[in-house]
Design a protein around this ligand. Structure first.
Ligand code: FES
Ligand SMILES: [Fe+2]
Length: 341
């Protein structure tokens, strides 16, 4: 089940060069390409003649040529040339989709094109263009329903169990209670899940930027329905006020795009406000993030998906913990939005 009238991330802007890119989202094969004016075209990626993959075709002057028998299509999907006859059948056209670039990413609107609403895009975030931040990017293919990836991000209590080595946290001792300083609220299409941690062991990835063993850390996760999350982490010296020069800020994006009912695309990007000219430090941070997502979270999500044998978590009547409040609320909200659509 997907919400169609929504913007979904299909690529990082920097990865869309002079060749078309193919991607399956919401069960449909799409292609995107950069037009000569710098804007982006999004079209169905399957040729209506004999179903060849059009993203493997040749692109010239905003015209895409099918790699099989050479039908040509413009950036609106209209078939402009049949090299083998005078007639272009009416069903030789491709569906096109509204596409825009915002927040370092390319977004496609999968629903009714007349309803494509730029105000529903995630608002432009300062750190994506500010010279006070360095940035890195990544992508992970997730072998689970997209909502499992969202649950994983809205409920960060999994950290000390799933990310034991990577984040430098100690494994939780058996029988220990986990202190929950969690705040949750809903605002329009947003679900906020915020963690406040005092005297917290500094995450290993943050040590180069913040060389103290312990810190006060705020971790603000926000889901922008249906499936795009922002995470803003602030690290302070224990007991310090916000805004001191030592304050370390790490904002990040977690854009989840359903691929099929049981797989998803996970586009992530992160910034940091310290050591911004040191590219090796950015690369190291991004590698740490990749390991956490790809080798730890994703493996758990895949195992969970396999065990569930379903994509409708709530219909299985799982045990619900207090810490599930954001994830469960997000699921109920989205189910309502999909039903209304
Ligand atoms: S499959 Fe595309 S032109 Fe034949
Ligand atoms: Fe995680």
């Amino acid at each position: 089940m997907y919400l169609k009238n929504a913007w979904y991330c299909v690529s990082w802007d920097k990865d869309l060069k002079d060749q078309p890119l193919g991607i399956k989202i919401l069960g449909q094969k799409l292609l995107i390409f950069r037009k000569q004016d710098g804007s982006v075209a999004a079209l169905d990626a399957v040729c209506p003649h004999r179903y060849a993959p059009l993203h493997k075709g040749r692109l010239e002057n905003d015209i895409l040529q099918c790699p099989y028998h050479g039908l040509e299509f413009n950036s609106e999907g209209r078939c402009t040339l049949n090299p083998h006859g005078d007639v272009i059948p009416p069903n030789a056209n491709l569906r096109s989709y509204p596409a825009v670039v915002q927040n370092l990413a390319v977004w496609v609107w999968m629903g009714d094109p007349d309803k494509a609403d730029p105000s529903l895009l995630l608002e432009e975030q300062d750190w994506t263009s500010s010279d006070k931040f360095a940035r890195g990017y990544g992508y992970t293919h997730v072998r689970g329903n997209y909502q499992l990836a969202i649950d994983n991000l809205l409920d960060l209590t999994h950290g000390p169990y799933v990310h034991v080595g990577g984040f430098g946290q100690e494994p939780r001792k058996m029988g220990l209670k986990y202190p929950m300083n969690h705040e949750f609220f809903v605002e329009d299409r947003k679900v906020h899940s915020r963690y406040y941690r005092e005297n917290w062991r500094t995450n290993l990835f943050f040590r180069p930027f913040f060389p103290h063993d312990y810190c006060d850390q705020t971790t603000f996760m926000c889901l922008h329905q249906p499936s795009n999350l922002t995470l803003d982490i602030t690290v302070l010296e224990v007991g310090a006020e916000n805004g001191l020069p030592s304050e370390f800020i790490a904002p990040s994006f977690h854009f989840i795009t359903p691929e099929t009912e049981t797989t998803a695309h996970y586009f992530y990007a992160a910034g940091h406000n310290k050591l911004i000219d040191d590219k090796t430090v950015t690369a190291k941070m991004m590698e740490g993030v990749r390991v956490a997502f790809e080798d730890e979270d994703e493996v758990m999500i895949r195992d969970v998906q396999e065990a569930m044998e379903s994509t409708d978590l709530l219909s299985l009547k799982p045990a619900i913990l207090e810490s599930d409040i954001a994830g469960v609320t997000a699921r109920k909200m989205l189910a309502k939005m999909i039903a209304e659509e």
